[in-house]
Design a protein around this ligand. Sequence first.
Ligand code: URA
Length: 433
Amino acid sequence: MHIPELIRLKRDGHKLTAEQLRALIDGYTADKIPDYQMSAFLMAVFFQSMDPEELGTWTEAMLHSGEVLDLSAIKGAKVDKHSTGGVGDKVSLILAPLAAAAGLKVPMISGRGLGHTGGTLDKLESIPGFNVNQTVETFRKHVDEIGLGLIGQTGEIAPADKRIYALRDVTATVECIPLIASSIMSKKLAEGIDALVLDVKVGSGAFMKEVDQARELAETMISIGKAMGTPVRALISDMDQPLGLAIGNTLEVIESIETLRGEGPEDLTELTVELVVDMLDAAGKVDDRAHAKKMLYALLKDGSALEVFREIIIAQGGDGSVCDDPSVMKAADTKITFDAPQGGIIEHINAEQVGLAALELGAGRRTKEDDVDHAVGLILKKKRGARVEKGEPILEIYHNGTGLEKCIERLHAAFQIGEGPAQDKPLIYERLS
Ligand code: URA
C-alpha cells in the first residue's frame, strides 16, 4: 500500500477503507511505516476526523495488534471501569475491591500518571512491595480467585496504541476525540471484559473542559463498544475541583483505605458507589438502584471491601498491614499549610493547577521517564463553596524540599476566593448508555 496516498486521502477528507486502515496499523506495529508517516496521518485525522465505521475498524486493528485476553474460563461477569483522568481521582483503588466484594470480576489494567493527572499504578506502588507487573496467568488467577487484578499495560496488550499514544504525545495530536476514544477502547476491550463503565471527567482538571466535549467523547466510546458487541455505560462527572481531599500517591492510598472503611469523603464515596452500581447494572445484576447502593455502602461499612483490597495487596506482593495501619507507607516528613490569602468564599478551584502544584513537589511526572516521589502531596482542608477567614489553612503541603516555591505559586493561581456564591456543579452531570 502506498502510504503517502493514504495520508493524502485522509488529509483531503476522504473515507478510508477497512483494508487501508488495517494496513496503517499493521504496518506501523511491524515497523514498516516510520514515525513521520504515522504522525502525518494522525494530524490528518486530527483535522478530518473518522466516521464511525472507520473508527470501529481503527480500534479493532489496534485491539488486535497484540494479545486479547481470554477470560472466558472465569465464571461471573467481567466488568471494568475507566476514567479519563483527573486530580485526586483514586476511584479505581476503592471501586475494584468494592465491585469484587459485590460479586463482579474486575480485570483492571491501569496506567501511570502524566502531567497534572495521577495514575493508578503510581498510587499502588506507594504500598511497600506492591508489584503491578504480573504475568497474564497470575493476573487471570487473581481475577478468578480474589475477584480482581490490578496491573499495568503489558507490552502485549494493544502495542499499536502504546506506540501511537507516545507519538501523539510529541506531535500535538492527543486532544482529538476519535484518537482518544480508539486509544482507550482498544486497551479496555483487550482485557476480555463483558462490559465497561466509563467515568468521563469534565472541568478544569480534565482533558475535556466542557460538558459537550465530554458527551461527545462518551458517545464515541459507547458507539465503539456497541460496534464490538461490548455494552458500555458512561458517567460524566465533575473534575472542576479535585476529587476527595488527597492529591499525591501515598496520601491517596491512605484516603482510599479510609473510604474502603466507610469513612471517606462524601464526593469520592458517592461517585465510586454510583460507578459500581453501573458496573453491576451493565452485568444485569441490578433491579433497584437504591437497593444496590445500600448494599454497596454496607460492604464499605462492614469492612468486606477493605478485606478484598488486603487480599489483592498480599497476592501482588504488597504489605497488607497498610489496611490496618496506613503509616506503614511514608508520607513526607515536612508538612506546612497553605493559608487563605484573603477571607471569603472559595468560588472556584482550578483542579489542573492543584494537580500541577503536586507535580512541582515531585508527585507526578512531566515525561514518561521521570521518577515520582510517592511521599509528597497535598491535602485539601476546604473545597469549593467553603467560607474561609484570611490566614486560615485551606490546604496542607507534604513535601521533601523539592519545588515548594513553584507549588505555592500554582496554589495561589488555583484558588479563587471572593464574595461568592461559588458555582454549584453537580458531582454527576449525566449518565449515558
Ligand atoms: N488516555 C488514553 O489511554 N489515550 C488517550 O488518547 C488519552 C487518554
